[in-house]
Design a binder for this molecule. Structure first.
Ligand code: AOS
Ligand code: ZN
Ligand code: ZN
Length: 428
């Protein structure tokens, strides 16, 4: 692990240069009428959950290249998220996946979480794979399946997943459902019946959840099914949530859109309807690429945060608090470095969105001053906020340069040493 002394020592060597940059930025923001300390606080408070399944190297169906020292169980996943959080002070919770993360000893897991200052924020079910000794196969779907026994098995699994969440702590009040259900060929599915069966199954899950739990319904246009998905788009998720109940909310995974979809507009719409439940952040070039957040389209990420900030600041928007989560995993980078980069990109986009002069923007919109409206957004986007995000970490006892410190301390090597070169994370 890492100690506070190591972080302070690292900061000590960088602080003079950092203070110069932050001083300059704070001064110029103040001159523009911003309140740098207020922005700093919001950025420092913003926490993004780390998915347990992102701590091992992801793969593609063509191969996987494990980096070594991957967490072999839930305890080691918690250790890795604890390290990420110690470095960036921005990742104080974990999204769990059942059955990959079934806790062997609930009390021991709770103690470990507490030791690292972490909580479980949400639990994810899995009806996209068949597990060993499972009575019925999900080959032809789960919650939408034609056979009642298969649907019941999938419903029961989701209820059980929520029970694991409840056992693991009071902070966990979210069940995320992503369904692989769909069809590969025209004619395979009766679209209306598949939708109705899914709605009935989700309603049964929702009704079994504790009264203060939220059900997040994720959509995805294709993969693993390539002709139709039962929940392909936000409209389908939204319609399901509306019928299920108030605490059913839409989850937006940034990679779950066809190329060039205007995701920021979807975010604005869902907030307007009070049905935006949370995010799976990642980067996308073509589809569900699960690349590092902000690595491909940083301007789009910024525009999404502009909608979020505007929605969260508007008292007429009655959207519940959102679940912020990363859902990324791939083949070529150290997963810990990748997650640190994603969180940095998310906070950068958020900080820039906080710098948008919304009053001027709304006025430009009202008088149809297209050039000004665009320029106001670009002005905020082009501000270099790296010193601000670094300062927010420093003030929270994190590292000024988390990845630099992670590399300097050779923390992957020590993981390889203790866990083994061929240690592979449980999961996909
Ligand atoms: C799948 O494509 C979805 O993004 C899921 O949210 C997620 O990756 C999965 O549930 C992880 O197990
Ligand atoms: Zn996702
Ligand atoms: Zn996905």
């Amino acid at each position: 692990m890492i100690t506070q002394e190591q972080i302070q020592d690292h900061n000590y060597h960088l602080v003079a240069e950092h203070e110069f940059k932050w001083g300059h930025l704070a001064e110029s923001l103040a001159r523009q009428g911003h309140h740098p300390d207020a922005v700093l606080k919001k950025v420092a408070d913003f926490q993004v959950a780390i998915p347990s399944w992102a701590l091992g190297t992801g793969g593609t169906r063509f191969g996987r290249f494990p980096i070594g020292g991957e967490p072999r169980n839930l305890e080691e996943k918690i250790e890795d998220v604890g390290l990420i959080h110690a470095l960036n002070r921005s990742s104080n919770s974990i999204s769990l996946h059942i059955p990959w993360d079934i806790p062997a000893d609930v009390q021991a897991i709770q103690d470990l979480l507490m030791q690292h200052g972490l909580a479980i924020d949400s639990v994810n079910s899995n009806t996209f794979q068949d597990q060993k000794d499972q009575a019925h196969s999900y080959k032809f779907g789960s919650l939408c399946h034609t056979e009642a026994a298969v649907r019941k098995q999938a419903v029961d699994h989701n209820i059980e997943v929520a029970q694991y969440g409840q056992a693991l702590g009071d902070e966990c009040k979210t069940l995320t459902v992503w369904l692989a259900d769909g069809s590969n060929f025209p004619g395979q599915h009766h679209f209306r019946r598949a939708y109705q069966r899914t709605l009935d199954s989700l309603t049964a899950i929702y009704e079994a959840l504790p009264a203060d739990w939220t059900l997040l319904v994720e959509y995805k246009p294709y993969e693993p099914n390539f002709y139709s998905m039962v929940i392909p788009d936000w409209g389908t998720s939204y319609s399901l949530c509306q019928q299920i109940g108030e605490r059913a909310q839409v989850l937006v995974d940034l990679g779950h859109h066809l190329p060039n979809t205007n995701i920021e507009q979807i975010v604005g719409r869902l907030m307007h309807f009070g049905r935006l439940g949370g995010f799976h952040f990642n980067g996308s070039m073509y589809g569900d690429d699960d690349l590092t957040t902000g690595s491909i389209k940083p301007y789009q990420l910024f525009l999404i945060f502009c909608e979020l900030v505007q929605g969260m600041d508007d008292p007429s928007v009655l959207n519940p608090a959102l679940a912020w989560m990363i859902d990324a995993s791939h083949n070529t980078k150290d997963p810990i470095e990748d997650l640190l980069q994603s969180v940095q990109a998310i906070k950068t986009a958020y900080a820039k969105a906080l710098l948008v002069d919304t009053e001027a923007l709304f006025a430009a919109q009202e008088r149809n001053d297209v050039q000004q409206a665009q320029a106001i957004l670009e002005d905020a986007f082009q501000t270099d906020v790296r010193a601000l995000v670094a300062e927010s970490r420093r003030q929270s006892s994190g590292a000024l340069q988390p990845i630099e410190l992670y590399r300097k301390l050779a923390l992957r090597d020590s993981r390889i040493e203790s866990r083994g070169r061929y240690a592979v994370a449980t999961g996909l």
